[in-house]
Design a protein around this ligand. Structure first.
Ligand code: PGA
Length: 257
């Protein structure tokens, strides 16, 4: 998928604590994007707030995404959240394979089925990958290529061109900004991820899969991941709920050359 703009994805996780605050955050986000020219924002609130916020969705530059979905279509699946329902209430993106779900036992095979379910209804899945730890022998690279190859083997080939990857090294999530990944290392990882997907596709040189970076992104380091790190967007947890610095982050990303 070719992104015409930088894609900033706000992952609210299970915050804030009330729907009133969720509406406040949402209104602030809508105001922040009104002046953006080269940046789009996807807000992924907790599921109970998604339908509420979707009622006031403005037409451009800001989208809603879900944090999870089920692989199953609608039917007798207690607790499942079908992709079709997310789409119907106004969600356009969905996070798939976030490390906080992997930690609860989500497998690469499950992730592949969820990716396929999202694609089938026209939702844009943001496929999250990332190693838990680094080792000097480079075994973490096989972890990463394994995550990608196993999950992608469940999706019909025609959907590969709609894929968006979010590379989130687990060791860099939820830290101080200075403990995030070094942008030079991110650049190498982005090359590795693009090559892994290209090899998976059998060397299709027309295939372009955008790579976003996530893990302790804030107003001070955001631009470096996009410039030096060559990411095409960012997946931001905690930093997306700090209204003033998030507004600064959006405007600094938007003013990049
Ligand atoms: P963080 O979270 O920005 O708080 O590190 C990112 C994520 O888990 O998606």
């Amino acid at each position: 998928m070719i992104l015409n703009k930088k894609l900033i994805v706000a992952n609210w996780k299970n915050h804030p604590n009330s729907s009133t605050d969720a509406v406040k955050f949402w209104n602030t986000a809508k105001r922040s994007v009104s002046s953006l020219k080269k940046t789009e924002l996807v807000v992924c609130p907790p599921m109970p707030y998604l339908a509420l916020l979707a009622r006031t969705l403005p037409p451009k530059k800001i989208f809603l995404g879900a944090q999870t979905l089920s692989a199953e279509e609608s039917g007798s699946w207690t607790g499942a959240i079908p992709a079709s329902m997310i789409f119907e209430i106004g969600g356009r993106y969905v996070l798939v394979g976030h490390s906080e779900e992997r930690r609860l036992g989500l497998t690469d095979q499950d992730i592949g089925k969820r990716l396929a379910a999202a694609f089938r209804v026209g939702l844009h899945p943001i496929f999250c990958v990332g190693e838990s730890a680094r080792d000097s022998e480079g075994a973490f690279l096989s972890v990463l290529s394994g995550q990608i190859n196993v999950a992608l083997s469940s999706i019909p080939r025609k959907f590969l061109s709609d894929l968006i990857i979010a590379y989130e090294p687990v060791w860099a999530i939820g830290k101080a900004e200075r403990e995030a990944m070094n942008p030079r290392d991110l650049h190498e990882m982005a090359i590795f991820i693009r090559k892994t997907i290209n090899d998976f596709s059998g060397g299709n040189s027309n295939l372009h899969v955008p790579v976003l970076y996530g893990g302790s992104v804030g107003a001070h380091n955001a631009v470096s991941f996009l410039s030096e790190g060559t990411a095409e967007g960012l997946l931001i947890g905690r930093g997306s709920l700090e209204a003033t610095s998030f507004r600064e982050l959006l405007s600094s990303v938007d003013s990049m050359k």
